[in-house]
Design a protein around this ligand. Structure first.
Ligand code: M6R
Length: 616
């Protein structure tokens, strides 16, 4: 949802570093891109489209050399994707990039226009630049850095909404100012200079040392120094944190797409997440810092998330209720936050998010915290806003996920939910120790089964099936019990990257309406593995088959009847029902990938979408 990057370098021209950062951040938005440099006149180049298009524009119209600059890749909110609406935006001496939404932009635009501001774009960001220029004129900051910070703090006081800003000022060469509220921003410190970015992935080639800026922080960076203050301009004492992610993790490493690479990393994710969950004394989740007493007092688990993470939460509901004997709910974060939910101190509110920066999830968590709930998280990004907002978190060890379609984060979240369930069961004596150990053993056994599913043979078979049906206009994904959220996830993956209409449905619900849709045009992908209720699933498959739909069944060798009914069968290894859903999702991810490939879609950057949805 827009990516920003800024750098002040000691001895190197900054443009290459900014472009490199933009390329890593492009998954956050790819409607337009732009860059501005700290040089006389603050030269900038902007272009509609991808970072590639911006590079071509710069090649046609080169920029002067400079050591400091700011850059942006946009996911359009206010104003269509176009060159005039592309960042950086400028008003007077101020040029800035912005990730977020200035909610009171209309009102401010009017007031600022009365004071002489002239706007060239339809964006809320240009209003931000005008607001800052206006506040600066009031404080008369001139060349004084402190006075400009005062103006910035004053502008923050008038702005409503979310923002991460990187700002160049003509009077302050070699310095980039910043401010943050609700949108993510990190400050990197490397040997070659200082940096700002929407996430650490953009800077991994430059540094592993980061300050995670917090709500209301503002300040500046130069090549060799930085300052972070709060809105009262009091110095903040933020500790640098080291991020161990490998810079190669943000490269495709020989794969055609990040999505394919990330699907194939899933067996490793399981192994790493399990390993990091093991405590020194045979315990598990030692870093999940909620006492047994607190866990015993919880009466309900309420999970909040969006998209793929919500599908993981929906599986989590089954796990918690069955394994820990505790009522559980899963809700859309965007609904939860505005429905005045009945939540209190006896509820564990578990926010699940790959990025830890999803605005709706953070907003929902805020509501839960204000009502006294115990806040916890499952998240993939250490140091993210989500991890910082909760009392306890489980980190999935997926490494950076770049493909817009979430894959490895999903299986990581499922595993974390299993572990949390067992932790709750242990604290509440809901399962005997032996049973907990047995289940942990089953989870450990997931790794080889997953490797089988990720083998070239298994992948190629799904690719053939996907190719056969790639031009069909409607897909239904069916599952029962914990396989139902897996069906939802299969449908989301397909619609997201191949633009084919797809729905996930509980198998038993087809006869209550959707069966009417079954025709030659429809492909039904049904999950009929080892998750139980097989006899019922079989009945549901027969209902579809007898009405002429194309039936693809994901099942095991032991399910003869399902295999015979199917037009195509995709076999998964026989495992304990506990982990079957986690395995069933793999062929569905491959299916979405290969349908999209066959249809010539832009797999890692599907139209209209962005990876981290940091606005509402
Ligand atoms: O970073 P998060 O897990 O909070 O993101 C939530 C959703 O935006 C995300 O899962 C989205 O649905 C994916 N693009 C699905 O593949």
């Amino acid at each position: 949802m827009c990516g920003i990057v800024a750098a002040c370098l000691i001895s190197e021209p900054v443009l290459g570093c900014l472009i490199e950062g933009l390329e890593s951040l492009e998954y956050r938005g790819y409607d337009s891109a732009g860059v501005a440099l700290s040089a006389p006149g603050t030269p900038r180049r902007r272009e509609r489209g991808r970072v590639e298009d911006l590079k071509e524009r710069i090649a046609e119209d080169p920029l002067p050399e400079a050591r400091a600059g700011i850059a942006h890749t946009r996911w359009a909110t206010h104003g269509a994707p176009s060159r005039p609406n592309a960042h950086p935006h400028r008003q007077g001496p101020i040029t800035l990039v912005h990730n977020g939404i200035l909610e009171n932009h209309d009102e401010l635009r009017e007031v600022l226009a009365e004071h002489g501001a002239v706007f060239e774009s339809e964006t809320d960001t240009e209003v931000w630049a005008a607001l800052l220029a206006f506040e600066e004129r009031k404080t008369g900051s001139g060349v004084k850095v402190e006075a400009f910070l005062e103006a910035l703090a004053a502008a923050m006081g008038r702005a409503r909404g979310s923002y991460a800003l990187a700002i160049l000022h003509e009077n302050h060469p070699g310095r980039v100012f910043f401010a943050r509220n609700e949108s993510p921003l990190v400050l990197g410190m490397g040997e070659g200079g200082r940096y700002l970015a929407s996430d650490v992935a953009a800077l991994l080639k430059r540094t592993h040392e980061f300050l995670y800026l917090e709500e209301g922080d503002l300040g500046w960076i130069t090549a060799e120094d930085h300052l972070v203050v709060d809105r009262d301009l009091k110095a903040r004492d933020l500790r640098p944190e080291r991020v161990s992610w490998d810079p190669e993790a943000v490269e495709k490493g020989g794969y055609a797409h990040f999505m394919l690479k990330e699907i194939e990393e899933q067996a490793g994710v399981l192994a790493r997440t399990l390993q990091s969950a093991a405590g020194a004394e045979g315990d598990f989740l030692p870093d999940f810092r909620l006492s047994d007493e607190k866990l015993r007092n919880i009466r309900r688990v309420v999970m909040i998330a969006c998209g793929t993470a919500l599908h993981a939460a929906r599986v989590g509901k089954y796990l918690c209720e069955e394994g820990a004997g505790i009522p559980a709910e899963a809700d859309y974060a965007s609904e939860f936050r505005y429905r005045d939910p009945m939540i209190g101190p006896e509820d564990l509110v578990l926010a699940i998010s790959q990025s830890g920066e999803t605005a709706d999830t953070l907003g929902a968590l805020k509501v839960a915290i204000s009502k006294g709930a115990v806040p916890a998280a499952i998240c993939n990004v250490p140091g993210s806003s989500l991890c910082r907002a909760v009392e306890a978190s489980i980190l999935t060890k997926c490494g950076p996920e770049i493909g817009v379609a979430s894959t490895k984060a999903f299986t990581g979240q499922l595993l974390a939910l299993h572990l949390l369930t067992l932790r709750l069961a242990q604290a509440r004596n809901a399962l005997p120790e032996k049973e907990i150990e047995r289940r942990l053993e089953i989870l450990r056994g997931g790794h080889p089964a997953m490797q089988t599913l990720l083998s070239a043979g298994a992948r190629e078979h799904v690719a053939e099936v996907a190719k056969k049906y790639a031009r069909k206009p409607i897909f239904f994904f069916l599952g029962r019990g914990p396989d139902y959220p897996i069906a939802l996830e299969g449908a989301l993956k397909l619609k997201e990257i191949s633009y084919v209409h797809a729905e996930g449905y509980p198998s038993g619900e087809m006869k209550h309406g959707p069966l009417a849709l079954v025709s030659e045009d429809m492909v039904v992908v049904a999950l009929a593995g080892e998750t139980g209720n097989y006899a019922k699933v079989l009945g549901n498959l027969q209902e579809v088959k007898s009405r002429g739909g194309h039936l693809v069944v994901v099942t095991t060798t032991s399910r003869r009847e399902a295999i015979e009914l199917a037009d195509d069968a995709i076999l998964v290894p026989r495992t304990d029902p506990l982990i079957a859903p986690m395995l069933h999702v793999i062929p569905l991810q491959y299916m979405a990938y290969y349908v999209a490939l066959e249809r010539g879609c832009d797999i890692d950057k599907p139209r209209n979408l962005a990876k981290s949805v940091t606005v509402e």
